[in-house]
Design a binder for this molecule. Sequence first.
Ligand code: NAP
Length: 303
Amino acid sequence: MSLLPPPPASRLLGDSGLAISPIAWGMWRLTEGGATADQAARRVHAALDAGITLLDTADIYGFGDSGFGAAESLLGEVLRAEPALRQRMVLATKGGIRPPLPYDQSPDYLAQAIDASLQRLGVETIDLWQVHRPDILAHPQEVARALDDAVAAGKIRALGVSNFTVMQTAALNHFLGRKLVASQPEISPLRLACFENGELDQAMMLGLTPLAWSPLGGGRLADPQSPRDKAVAAALDAVARDQGVSRMAAAYGWLMAHPAGIVPIVGSQNPARIAEGMEALKVRWSRQDWYGVLVAARGEALP
Ligand code: NAP
């Protein structure tokens, strides 16, 4: 049986010219449990030493427990203590969520939010800056102008969007001088919307790199409870067992097998589990096994 192509060892982030690992690490949960800078540094090292070079954060991360900006500040502390780490990573962050509004993408606020992220992170440039969630009250032309200005000022190298519909992405991209290079939707074997709603097709059409948030369904795949989650876990386990990897690696690999070149963002804050993400590169999928997971997640056969 022929196999789908393996994921590349390295890939480009859209047409930004930035080389990234085919799997990323995310810091949404970085500040949970009151993590120290030492703990944060161990996680950053675990990712980089394993070869995971795309690191994703956001200005809002930490908001629930440690405050707005806390995750960026903690990463900034790690970078200040060990400045050489900055050169080893492609640094991605996001903005545009402004509690309690909830969203603000007015030009003034965007400029202010980008400057605040740079300051917290203690860096001169953000490699990938993403609009976190769309502000329905912001005209995409105004958003584009603010983001183009930040790129022109050297504050941002490349732009992305997260949680945008296909048309919201198209509208912003239309007005941007420096076009989008990435999108960041929720994609996992438990969240299939992107396979059918055109987002991944648009990513391929525009050359955007899709970054998959919550690739394990927020951890549900590690501890499946519902009949559907258990069926998906069993379909992943069959492949994982055959290939000597964990279910998690199989789940990341399943996303990576998609032709859009999906980059799963590992959400674990456990150094060993972060590093384990790279095991996903070993997994090879047949069409039959790949569709087997999809059908398990759909709960019914494809027509
Ligand atoms: P996830 O990988 O779906 O879930 C991670 C959770 O699963 C962690 O709590 C982790 O706990 C748990 N887990 C349990 N067993 C695990 C195992 N064996 N291996 C790995 N994880 C295991 O991802 P996520 O944290 O929900 O999201 C990943 C990243 O996506 C975030 O950090 C962020 O960068 C991005 N994100 C973006 C948005 C957006 O709106 N753009 C929204 C959500 C997330 P341990 O830490 O104990 O391993």
